[in-house]
Design a protein. Structure first.
Length: 224
């Protein structure tokens, strides 16, 4: 089955916005489908790539390691998002590593296909819009780090890393603690409190949102 038929929602992906329907389908069908049943490294920080990835289903963890060896999870990308396109077009090493979470399907777009479509003004505009969204996300991240309480940070990340259609977050408490800038023990206590009140379910390396309204209310405390 063609990618454009198997994943019709990707016809609305931001990367392809404004292109004729035939061009969208041709782009998707020109990609190679890849299923990742377990955690799989797709892009590696500081290494070159010969193509980018469009997420069809599931999620991809975007992480960065600084010069001191500290690992930070900077984003959890979901369906419709593209990763690696900037590195392909600029012919530069990957700025971060991208690791699929289990049960994720991606479409691999080789550099030849991306460069073919890069001649279209719509694609240039779309990539600029994607970069703008990333800038806004990074700015929001800095705001969370500087001005939000630990409780508010937890709610923010639980909302950011999940969606109403996909409430499962695959992240360790150690990684979550590193993002929040607090101890793992503190995060463990906070998550257990949310579990006990029925807001989330907890298991090893996994958090499932049960009451998104409660998460949204907690994340929005700073705004009131």
């Amino acid at each position: 089955m063609k990618n454009s038929v198997a994943y019709p929602h990707l016809m609305e992906a931001g990367l392809l916005s404004g292109l004729p329907e035939a061009d969208k389908a041709a782009f998707l069908d020109g990609c190679t489908r890849r299923f990742c049943g377990e955690r799989t490294t797709l892009l590696t920080q500081s290494e070159p790539t010969q193509g980018c990835y469009l997420i069809a289903r599931g999620r991809i963890e975007v992480s960065y390691i600084d010069d001191s060896g500290n690992l930070s999870i900077v984003h959890i990308a979901g369906p419709g998002e593209v990763l690696g396109e900037v590195e392909v077009l600029s012919e530069t090493p990957c700025a971060a590593s991208c690791i699929s979470l289990p049960d994720t399907t991606v479409l691999y777009c080789p550099s030849t296909l991306l460069f073919e479509y890069a001649a279209k003004p719509e694609l240039i505009r779309n990539i600029a819009a994607i970069l703008h969204a990333r800038l806004l996300r990074d700015n929001h991240q800095r705001s969370i780090e500087q001005f939000y309480t630990v409780d508010e940070r937890l709610y923010q990340y639980l909302r950011q890393f999940s969606t109403p259609d996909d409430p499962e977050i695959q992240i360790s408490q150690a990684h979550l603690a590193a993002l929040m800038g607090c101890s793992r023990q503190k995060v463990n206590r906070m998550l257990k409190a949310l579990r006990d009140e029925g807001t989330i379910d907890l298991s090893r390396g996994k958090i499932v949102i049960r009451d998104r309204g409660r998460i949204n209310a907690g994340a929005d405390q700073q705004c009131r």
